[in-house]
Design a protein around this ligand. Sequence first.
Ligand SMILES: [Zn+2]
Length: 267
Amino acid sequence: MNTERVALFDAHNHLQDDRIAGVLGRVLEDCRHENIHGFVVNGTCESDWPRIADLSQRDERVLPSYGVHPWRVDRCSAAWLDHLRRQLDTRPSAIGEIGLDRWMREPDLLRQEEIFIAQLRLANERQLPVTVHCLKAWGRLLEILQSETPRAGFLLHSYSGPAEMLPRFTQLGAYFSMSGHFAHERKHAQQRVFKEVPDNRLLIETDAPDMPPPSALRPYSLEDAALNHPANLAAIYRFTARLRGLSVDDLATTVAANFKRLFSTAD
Ligand SMILES: [Zn+2]
C-alpha cells in the first residue's frame, strides 16, 4: 500500500476560523488531496458554534465539537449552557474545546473552572467525548478530571504536560494529540514526552489555522504565512512516525483506530 494513501485524521482544528473563511473551499480540497478523512472542528464560544454546524452539514469529514474555551469565558451569555445543550441536541457529537489556562494574561481561574466543570458534567450526561485545552494548570486539571472523569473519554490536545503525568491521565481515559508546534527544535523536551505516549492513546492534530509547524514541515501555506494550513497534517504524521520509529503506514493505522474509538460519534 502507498504510505501516503492511508486515511489521516486531524484530531483538533478550527476550520470555522474567520482567518481561513475566504479560502476554505481550496483548503478542504487540499485536505482531500492529502487523504484526510476526518477532522474534529472545535468551537471556542457561542458565536462560532453555528458556523461549525453549517460546516459539518456541508462536509461529511467534519465532526463538530462545541464548547467554551478558557480564553472565552468572559464572553459567554447568561444562557450559554442552555445554548450548548440545544446545539448538541441538533447533533450529539463532541464537547470542546474546553479547559484551564494559567498561561494567558490575567486568567479568571474561578470562572474557568466553573465553566469547565459544567461542560464536563454535560459530557457525562450525554455520554460524549471531550477535548481539553490545558496550559500551566496540570495539577489542578488532574484533580478536576479525577472527580469529573469524562466517561466517554477525552483528548488532551497538544499535550504540553510532563511525561510523569501520562500514566495518571491515561488511567482516567486520556488520549494525547501531537501537534506540529512540537516539531520545532526548541520543543525537544515535548518530543520526548510524545515518544512515551502509549500507542493506543496517540492522536495527531494541526490546531489549524494556529500552531504552524517548522517551515520544513509546511508544504501548504496560507496567504498569511504565520498561519497553519490544515493539509500540513500529513507532514506532522511523517514527523511523528520518525520520532516513534514507525512507518507512516503503521502510525496512520494506529491513529485511525484511536480516532474512531474516541470520536465514535463521528460515524
Ligand atoms: Zn485549538
